[in-house]
Design a protein around this ligand. Structure first.
Ligand code: ADP
Ligand code: ADP
Length: 229
């Protein structure tokens, strides 16, 4: 069955105010779907519905053919992992976070050896220039380093579906490229939905979804999407 299917999904924060309206699409296993659209279009609302933290006002969300409503929330929460825009909530020290991921990489949903090596390599580079801060909380890490750690930690949970909300919007070009590489290597194994401002961030995606004023106005191969911003 299709891992994720959305049928006529709508969400109203207040009666008559549709943040999302009639969204219908399906996502295949291992597929990477990029989500773009102006601020306020409904992208985050869609992500929250997929995560199950909000219940749709109308429509249905099917997980392998079963309505999300009928699914045990804890079961779903284990399969879907969310990476927020700004991973401020890193707990523990950087060293602890890195050790946690190293200890779990064999469990992580990265079966391709080359991809695994690359992610580990990325992680090895992370402490550069931070040796004296490694015992400290995540606050001393740069935005890019925090975000890479957040993704690494998310992967350690072996999610089947990874949802990222503008994970690179505040990062420098190098960090952005590293994250894009990691995600493009994960694709195929893990289903990825990624919200981004820039289309260039989504080059690795199989399809691009454009959301405007609460509606999906386009969903197709990256080449079919009009250049914007
Ligand atoms: P983004 O542009 O990344 O979607 P926003 O600035 O729109 O972020 O939203 C930031 C936070 O404010 C989110 O938690 C969102 O749910 C909330 N929010 C956005 N719009 C409204 C609104 N009209 N009323 C109440 N909360 C809102
Ligand atoms: P995006 O992620 O594309 O920026 P959002 O999903 O955050 O868009 O917002 C879609 C619409 O819903 C916007 O009009 C926004 O103001 C509104 N909205 C978002 N969060 C809330 C909220 N918590 N309460 C009320 N309105 C909200």
């Amino acid at each position: 069955a299709t891992p994720l299917e959305v049928v006529n999904l709508s969400y109203e924060y207040a009666p008559g105010k549709n943040a999302l309206q009639g969204a219908t699409f399906r996502v295949e296993r291992g597929e990477a779907v990029g989500i773009v659209g102006p601020s306020g279009a409904g992208k985050s609302t869609l992500a929250q519905l997929l995560l199950g933290v909000r219940r749709p006002t109308h429509g249905e969300l099917l997980v392998s053919g079963t309505p999300l409503n009928d699914i045990d929330h804890a079961w779903w929460a284990k399969r879907v992992t969310f990476v927020p825009q700004d991973a401020r909530l890193l707990t523990g020290s950087a060293a602890e976070n890195i050790r946690f991921f190293r200890d779990h990489i064999d469990d992580a949903a990265v079966r391709d050896a080359a991809a695994k090596a690359h992610i580990l390599d990325d992680l090895e580079k992370l402490p550069q220039g931070l040796d004296s801060h490694l015992g400290e909380r995540g606050g001393r890490l740069s935005g890019g380093q925090r975000q890479r750690l957040a993704i690494a930690r998310a992967l350690a949970g072996r999610p089947e579906i990874l949802i990222l909300d503008e994970p690179t919007s505040s990062l420098d070009a190098v960090s952005e490229r590293l994250i894009r590489q990691t995600l493009s290597e994960l694709k195929g194994e893990t289903t990825i939905l990624i919200i981004a401002h820039r289309l260039s961030t989504l080059k690795f995606c199989d399809r691009i979804m454009v959301v405007e004023r609460g509606k999906i106005t386009s969903l197709g191969a990256p080449q079919t999407v009009q250049k914007e911003s």
